[in-house]
Design a protein around this ligand. Structure first.
Ligand SMILES: Nc1ncnc2c1ncn2[C@@H]1O[C@H](COP(=O)(O)OP(=O)(O)OP(=O)(O)O)[C@@H](O)[C@H]1O
Ligand SMILES: [Mg+2]
Length: 252
């Protein structure tokens, strides 16, 4: 099987029910989905349709009520907690709408944190953190704190942090949701770059129509179900067509 055919994520009859007193909320009502390695998947749908719940269950932030999540073929909930968290840590990176950086840590320390938790030695951690900051073109801000950076810059740090352990899959819950159009576009460009040049499988939730490109697969959720699955209408751009330029952000 070629790498392109590998299934990065597979969801089988995934349900999530929240019980609130006497009432039940069916946030996920039987999700079945396969995402191939290298796909760029955009999930949209009305507020309350279960988009964040879906990402949170995939990321292991919440357990499903029933159903299975396979990450590169591993049935994640059938493994023990320890094994499951090792797989998640190595295969998944997560970017939220609000950058969620630690305010008391510098950009560099924020990016190092997941590596610290994974037991990576200091030298290696610092080297990798710097490489990632270069990748998102924020190395000139390595020793700055989050409050000294713009929203778009903080989000680039959050993406660098999500890449710390070199995951193959990047999940994003409205990663441009809190940004203006210009900065939102730059985050989108970065995600496309990571998809095309670094071969990351990308799954993001968004309300932002600026994100859509014909090479993306667009899913629509309603009432905890996937009601539309629009396959890409064009193939991905080639690596040569992708350039990243944040230069106007580098003026200090
Ligand atoms: N912790 C919780 N306890 C109870 N109900 C919850 C919880 N989290 C989510 N829900 C409910 O589950 C449903 C799906 O919520 P979810 O946050 O996944 O929606 P969403 O599609 O991400 O919406 P939005 O676009 O507004 O972010 C909603 O009805 C919500 O109220
Ligand atoms: Mg949400």
């Amino acid at each position: 099987m070629s790498k392109d055919e590998m299934i990065a994520l597979k969801l089988v009859e995934l349900h999530k029910t929240y019980v609130l007193g006497d009432s039940e909320v069916h946030a996920l009502s039987g999700i079945n989905l396969e995402i191939k390695s290298g796909e760029f998947v955009v999930i949209m749908g009305p507020s309350g349709s279960g988009k964040s719940t879906l990402l949170n269950v995939i990321a292991g932030l919440e357990p499903p009520t029933r159903g299975n999540v396979f990450i590169f073929g591993e049935d994640i909930h059938s493994l023990g907690d320890e094994k499951a968290s090792i797989i998640r840590r190595h295969e998944l990176g997560f970017v939220f709408q609000f950058y969620n950086l630690h305010s008391t840590l510098t950009a560099m320390e924020n990016v190092e944190l997941p590596m610290l938790l994974a037991g990576v030695k200091r030298d290696q951690r610092e080297k990798r953190a710097l490489e990632l900051l270069q990748l998102v073109q924020m190395d000139h801000r390595a020793h700055h704190y989050p409050h000294e950076m713009s929203g778009g810059e903080q989000q680039r740090i959050a993406i660098a942090r999500a890449l710390a352990n070199d995951p193959k899959i990047l999940l994003g819950d409205e990663p441009t949701g809190d940004l203006d159009t210009v900065n939102g576009r730059k985050i989108k460009d970065l995600l496309v770059y990571l998809n095309v040049v670094h071969d990351k499988t990308i799954v993001i939730v968004t309300h932002d129509p600026e994100i859509f490109e014909p090479f993306m697969r667009i899913l629509r959720m309603e009432d905890g179900r996937i009601v539309e699955d629009n396959k890409p209408t064009e193939s991905s751009p080639s690596q040569e067509e992708i350039t990243l330029d944040f230069t106007d952000n580098r003026k200090t």
